[in-house]
Write a protein that binds this ligand. Structure first.
Ligand SMILES: NC(=O)c1ccc[n+]([C@@H]2O[C@H](COP(=O)([O-])OP(=O)(O)OC[C@H]3O[C@@H](n4cnc5c(N)ncnc54)[C@H](OP(=O)(O)O)[C@@H]3O)[C@@H](O)[C@H]2O)c1
Length: 333
């Protein structure tokens, strides 16, 4: 298969440090160009990562006819505007999470995608990691009985006022940045959508971003709860409970690409960890797999398991958590 020619919008840390090097490991992907608001920044990134073309504006990259697909890791408020610009330039788009600031903004992507006839996907890389696929397989097989309850936690401690996560006006805050993961994980495992949610939010008094957010999601099959926080000790974990067992994903979101990941399977026969069986996964990079799957969909017409409509539904859930935190009521996504 001829590799897809990719262009990257910005010198975002996630791109430079994780996604570009990972995609460069896939035969199906060639990172052909990178753009920045400053040509010297773009050139430095291109030099460091052996990318042949550097552009001093996002628009210049989008005008390059060689580029077939665009990876968009811009701050959240630019996800939809620049993804639409890319789509209108005829490019396929892999856009970072969350795909938009709200569901109505996200929905604009659907019309643009359909008009241009390109593929657009939200970059929830965790859904490609073997540990999540295995957790879903265990749930589907009935290994933990009926899935009833999922608990997620994702946190870090970031007090840098210049970080995009701490700027409310460009889509900062914990729910957009990390709360979206336990929501995605719960939808992935229940294979259902929540019918109502309730949320609790504490905002940073100076920056206005949500720094501590908790929510309950009511799925037809059971409940999911999560907390996400941007100013507590770093941690991440997913606990998945069924009528006959429990699955725990040790590092569910930032799965390390250089050492094996683990999930724990507990039959509940003994409190503590005595009844736990550990499953270890061969080293893999979820960003490589994500780039490969998307490139193969472009080149070979393989279908995407999670189309844009799934991302719009995810935004409806985020919207409902924000609404519920305001109203103090259950809200329907
Ligand atoms: N999937 C994951 O694992 C993962 C992990 C981390 C982050 N993310 C997502 O990736 C995106 C980027 O996160 P990041 O931490 O990598 O961001 P970052 O390092 O702050 O980079 C954002 C880039 O956007 C460009 N930009 C354009 N307008 C900007 C503005 N007004 N303020 C700041 N930057 C602006 C800048 O690039 P130029 O100067 O080159 O134009 C900047 O380097 C976010 O949507 C985040 O949710 C995903």
């Amino acid at each position: 298969m001829k590799p897809v020619q990719w262009g990257v919008l910005s010198t975002a840390k996630i791109g430079l440090q994780k996604v570009i090097p990972a995609m460069q490991k896939a035969d199906s992907c060639r990172i052909a160009a990178i753009a920045s608001r400053s040509v010297s920044t773009a050139q430095a990134a291109a030099d460091a990562l052996s990318i042949s073309k550097a552009y001093g504006s996002y628009e210049d990259l989008l005008a390059d006819p060689e580029i077939e697909a665009v990876y968009n890791p811009l701050p959240n408020h630019l996800h939809v505007p620049l993804s639409i610009a890319a789509i209108e330039a005829g490019k396929h788009v892999l856009c970072e999470k969350p795909i938009a600031i709200n569901a109505s903004e996200a929905a604009k992507l659907i019309g643009a995608r359909d008009k241009a006839g390109v593929l657009v996907q939200e970059a929830f890389m965790v859904r490609f990691h073997p540990q999540w696929l295995r957790a879903r397989e265990l749930v589907r097989s009935g290994k933990i009985g009926h899935l009833r309850s999922i608990h997620g936690l994702f946190s870090y401690n970031n007090r840098d006022p210049r970080n995009i996560r701490n700027q409310a006006e460009i889509g900062g805050g914990g729910l957009y940045d990390i709360g979206c993961y336990p929501i995605t994980g719960a939808r992935f495992l229940f294979e259902q959508e929540p019918t109502r949610v309730v949320g609790l939010i504490e905002r940073d008094p100076a920056w206005g971003i949500d720094r501590l957010t908790s929510a309950m999601l009511d799925f037809p099959g059971g409940h999911a709860t999560f907390s996400c926080a941007t100013q507590i000790t770093p941690y991440q974990r997913m606990q998945i409970f069924g009528t006959a067992g429990r699955i725990e994903i040790e590092i569910p979101f930032n799965a390390p690409p250089d050492r094996p990941c683990r999930i724990f399977l507990d039959d509940g026969s003994q409190l503590g960890n005595a009844g736990v069986r550990v499953e270890e996964f061969a080293v893999s990079d979820q960003y490589t797999i994500q780039g490969d799957v998307f490139s193969r969909a472009i080149r070979l017409g393989e279908s995407l398991e999670f189309p844009l409509e799934n991302a719009v539904q995810g935004m409806r859930i985020i919207d409902a958590v924000f609404r519920s935190a305001e109203t103090g009521q259950w809200e329907a996504p």
